[in-house]
Design a protein around this ligand. Structure first.
Ligand code: GDP
Length: 430
């Protein structure tokens, strides 16, 4: 699979996550030599359906379902070793022998991170981001405190114990003294458990930056798979209702050790409507009959938590930011089929904030709380022609083509991929 390095592809979420990145990644993975996760942890969830078989993945890149590409969990990802080992077993049970590499520099989620996550959410109350409780925020915080434990440490028991003493005491102190919760697992138990995890993971551990660098020299192709979406980016999202990592394409470079100069194609995945798990204002949120319809037809329940997702109309203020911050070269528009049958479709093009028309995401939380959606109303369509994916873009209903062109004009980015169903073949390339 020869490709120039300028053809490295990145796929990122352009909304709140759950845009269908798993399907789009899977669509491209077959042409890639490597599929790489660069941030986040097992708080993500991707569903990929291939030949009627459903795969639910949290940590391992979606490309694993192909068998051929090498899946890489790079240094920017945080790893719960127990969850990872379970996921390795899961894919093995599905008949896949995982070609997996794990960065020796990736940080490790420890039991006290999970405990601290729960205590932190209680402490944050109304400002809590709706954490999945997997220890993601505390492990990233420990990384920045320089208190963290990395995958390589699990392979060196002496170093592990030395670091564990500091990390354990620090988190236990916060949990018990500041947050009045109990830590009921001992340092000795953690040590034994994590040395065991290290041994099981040892065959997969590598310097993945060097691996990818050398792969590029040999003209191999790489697909970077983002998790979550732009509004959950810890810098550019609706802080503090974000995740704890950078979801934007800019993080690929530091999160993998592959230079940003090499990334040529950046695809933003946009769902034709909105969904959101967790707290924060959501200007274009819908309730009642329309919400029930979108949630049930779109199967909007969290892959990781099973929680019903909040839903809303497409918000182009958000997509505009995704285009700008990620430097999107194109958009993949998903779940068009869920909008079949609406007479009129609403699209939020700007916000009314205290009487002002605002077309870019505000940083101010009070502005965002007061944001009222300004909608454009577009004609809907009834059904898509049978086997539309064999007929191509021109065969789409006229009003759907207008809808696509409208989005492109508003956000100044071409829509080159249109997804009309969950299966790999239900995809139109323009
Ligand atoms: P991700 O986290 O961005 O990968 O998104 P999820 O996997 O949580 O959610 C996407 C869901 O939508 C999955 O169940 C996909 O199989 C499904 N899906 C993806 N694209 C389409 C589409 O075009 N139409 C329909 N009906 N479902 C889709």
């Amino acid at each position: 699979m020869s490709q120039t390095s300028s053809n490295i592809t990145a796929i990122v979420g352009a909304q709140w996550g759950d845009e269908g990145k798993g399907k789009i990644t899977d669509f491209f993975a077959g042409n890639s030599d490597y599929v790489v996760r660069f941030h986040g942890g097992n708080n993500a969830g991707h569903t990929v359906i291939v030949n009627g078989e459903t795969y639910k993945l949290h940590l391992i890149p979606s490309g694993i379902v192909y068998g051929e590409p090498i899946s890489v969990i790079s240094n920017g990802v945080v790893i719960d070793p127990k969850a990872l080992l379970e996921e390795i077993d899961y894919v093995k049970k599905k008949g896949i022998s995982p070609k997996l590499l794990i960065s020796d520099r990736a940080h490790v989620i420890m039991p006290y991170h999970v405990l601290l996550d729960g205590a932190l959410s209680k402490h944050q109350g109304k400002l809590a981001a709706g954490s999945t409780g997997r220890g993601i925020a505390p492990v990233y915080a420990d990384k920045m405190f320089r208190n963290g434990i990395r995958i390589v440490d699990l392979l060196e028991p002496d170093v592990l114990f030395e670091k564990l003493k500091k990390g354990y005491a620090f988190s236990k102190g916060i949990i018990e003294k500041a947050l009045s919760q109990k830590v009921d697992i001992s340092i000795e138990d953690i040590f034994v458990l994590y040395c065991g995890y290290g041994e099981k993971l040892r065959p997969y551990v590598k310097d993945t930056s060097v691996e990818l660098f050398q792969a590029l020299k040999k003209d191999k192709s790489i697909l970077f798979e983002g998790a979550q979406g732009i509004s959950l980016d810890v810098d550019h999202g609706i802080y503090p209702y974000t995740t704890s990592s950078n979801t934007a394409a800019g993080h690929i470079s530091t999160g993998t050790g592959v230079s940003f100069r090499k990334i040529g194609r950046i695809i933003g995945v946009v769902k034709a409507y909105l969904s959101r798990v967790g707290e924060s204002p959501l200007p274009s949120e819908v309730h009642g009959k329309t919400a029930k319809f979108l949630r049930e037809k779109g199967l909007e329940y969290g892959t990781t938590t099973g929680r019903p997702r909040r839903v809303g109309w497409l918000d182009l203020v958000q997509v505009r930011q995704a285009v700008r911050v990620n430097g999107l070269t194109e958009i993949a528009l998903t779940k068009i089929d869920i909008l079949n049958g609406f007479d009129t479709i609403k699209i939020c093009v700007a916000y009314n904030i205290d009487g002002n028309r605002v077309s870019e995401m505000p940083a101010s939380l009070s502005s965002y709380r007061n944001a009222q959606p300004i909608y454009s109303l577009l004609d809907g369509w009834t059904e898509l022609p049978d086997e539309i994916w064999n007929k191509g873009f021109d065969a789409l209903p006229q009003s759907l083509k207008q809808y696509i062109k409208f989005i492109e004009k508003e956000v100044d980015c071409p829509i080159k991929i249109v997804s009309v169903g969950p299966q790999r073949h239900e995809t139109i390339i323009r």
